[in-house]
Design a protein around this ligand. Structure first.
Ligand SMILES: Nc1ncnc2c1ncn2[C@@H]1O[C@H](COP(=O)(O)OP(=O)(O)OP(=O)(O)O)[C@@H](O)[C@H]1O
Ligand SMILES: [Mg+2]
Length: 261
């Protein structure tokens, strides 16, 4: 099958932020190629918030890396509306730079003129509610603050699509809760499309308009749910809990089927 990874031009005719068409991915293994993702077809609409849910090792990060253009599919085709921005579990900020300078670096890479960068960096810090952090170095910030700076830096790229790989997994529950609220607000304010990877069912339901469940070995789309619960949601809301319970049952079944823990 033909393989192509194309960055589509950002114009009106593009009806999706990302489109995966029969995408498969194999890695070389000890006894031949190991199929990790099998025949994934998935569209993310402009402005849509999709969470990708699945057990550990099912291929979520592999899929996100393909969408990011960091790796290429073995088969199938993949297009995105411009170059996506990325945010990982680890903040990956430069420790020798201040929060402000980390963001300015992203602005510089986007071609923003030097004189405009400090003002824009401050605006972005304000968007993630970290106004006072401009001159702070990374080690002076808490884990939650670092992820806010990382989010501001991702937003500095002004991409149409934000790819997030378990960005809040290392945070305590309260901080995570606050950042869920912030992300939902920023998503609504900016109109950015989000593809968010997690193995936390409640988090997936709390955030998304659509939850896509991946099966394991190989990763296939097992099921999808549309989440009609109005935002802002709370992770402990009854409808969130109820849908999460249903999804967890399907996820458990998937894990049992593939003999994982
Ligand atoms: N570069 C690589 N070379 C070989 N195998 C790889 C490579 N990247 C990932 N894999 C394998 O692909 C499978 C899926 O890995 P991946 O990191 O995508 O899972 P995941 O769903 O993100 O898991 P987790 O929830 O633990 O982060 C694993 O079996 C992993 O060992
Ligand atoms: Mg992963």
């Amino acid at each position: 099958m033909a393989t192509s990874t194309t960055l589509a031009k950002a114009d009106e005719s593009v009806a999706h932020a990302a489109r995966l068409d029969h995408v498969s991915k194999s890695f070389p293994g000890p006894s031949g190629p190991q199929l990790v993702l099998d025949d994934i077809s998935l569209d993310v609409a402009p402005g849509e918030f999709v969470t990708l849910l699945g057990a550990s090792g099912c291929g979520k990060s592999t899929l996100l890396n393909l969408v990011a253009g960091l790796d290429r599919p073995t088969a199938g085709s993949l297009t995105t509306d411009g170059r996506p921005a990325l945010m990982f579990q680890e903040h990956a900020l430069f420790p020798w730079l201040t929060a402000g300078k980390n963001i300015e670096l992203a602005l510089k890479l986007r071609g923003v003129a030097k004189a405009e960068r400090p003002g824009k960096a401050r605006e972005l810090l304000e968007l993630v509610r970290l106004k006072g952090a401009y001159g702070k170095r990374v080690h002076e910030l808490s884990g939650g603050m670092r992820q806010r700076v990382a989010l501001a830096r991702a937003l500095a790229q002004e991409s149409k699509l934000l790819l997030m790989d378990e960005p809040f997994a290392a945070l305590d529950a309260i901080t995570r809760d606050v950042l869920h609220d912030e992300l939902t607000r920023i998503w609504a304010e900016t109109g950015v499309s989000v593809l968010f990877v997690t193995h936390n069912v409640r988090e997936a339901v709390r955030l998304a308009q659509r939850v896509v469940l991946l099966s394991s070995r190989p990763g296939r789309i097992a099921r999808e749910w549309t989440v009609d619960i109005p935002q802002p949601r709370r992770i402990e809301d009854a409808p969130v809990a109820e849908l999460s319970l249903g999804i967890t049952e399907v996820l458990r079944e998937e894990i049992r089927r593939h003999g994982q823990h």
